[in-house]
Design a protein around this ligand. Structure first.
Ligand SMILES: [Zn+2]
Length: 194
């Protein structure tokens, strides 16, 4: 029996692990059970830019790991460079081996969504979500896959127990100090640390 991550009650259809359940407010952490990113508890509502819900607009600037002028080059490398190509193959093989019936996946720090594109091709029925600080990267990602893409701080994942698998690939080394990384490690399933 499925149970709500917040209140531990058995879930109903409206409270199921579908598209609308298990989201939490970015501001007060109250559960959001309606099909919009808006909190009735504290009235928080994210801006939507270029069709992307922006949960952490203060982070939409050049930041460690992504510099806007390099995006075109980065996108080309992500599609063709052996590091990204073989990393993607490993990710797909791991998902296929350990989660052959994958229903939902979130890529935390999804960049331009190249991994999500590959996961969508392998698991076309899975619900996919990507989170990334850079709106520019997400706008490129929108062209590649149908995943829901969120502009967000990867340290503030706005879901609880909503996915079969969370992935963070080459992300943790860009996140704060060891204490913050340890906090993330307790929540992330697949990750690569350097
Ligand atoms: Zn709230």
């Amino acid at each position: 029996m499925l149970r709500c991550a917040m209140c531990r009650l058995a879930v109903s259809r409206a409270h199921d692990i579908g598209e609308t359940a298990m989201r939490i407010c970015n501001q007060c952490k109250a559960p959001l059970e309606i099909d919009v990113w808006a909190c009735t508890a504290c009235n928080w509502q994210p801006h939507v830019l270029a069709g992307v819900h922006c949960l952490a607009p203060a982070m939409m600037v050049d930041h460690d790991g992504f510099h806007e002028p390099l995006f075109v080059e980065y996108e080309r490398l992500e599609a063709t460079h052996f590091w990204f190509v073989y990393r993607r193959k490993l990710i797909l093989e791991a998902l296929q081996r350990y989660f052959p019936a994958l229903r939902s996946f979130m890529d935390v720090g999804c960049g331009t969504a190249e991994n999500l594109r590959a996961i969508e091709a392998r698991f076309p029925r899975a619900r996919l979500v990507g989170g990334e600080a850079s709106l520019h990267a997400l706008m490129q990602g929108q062209r590649k896959c149908k995943a829901q893409l969120l502009q967000m701080d990867v340290r503030a994942i706005p879901y609880i127990d909503a996915f079969d698998v969370l992935g963070a690939f080459d992300v943790l080394e860009h996140v704060g100090g060891r204490e913050e990384r340890n906090k993330l490690n307790t929540r992330l399933f697949l990750s690569k640390t350097s």
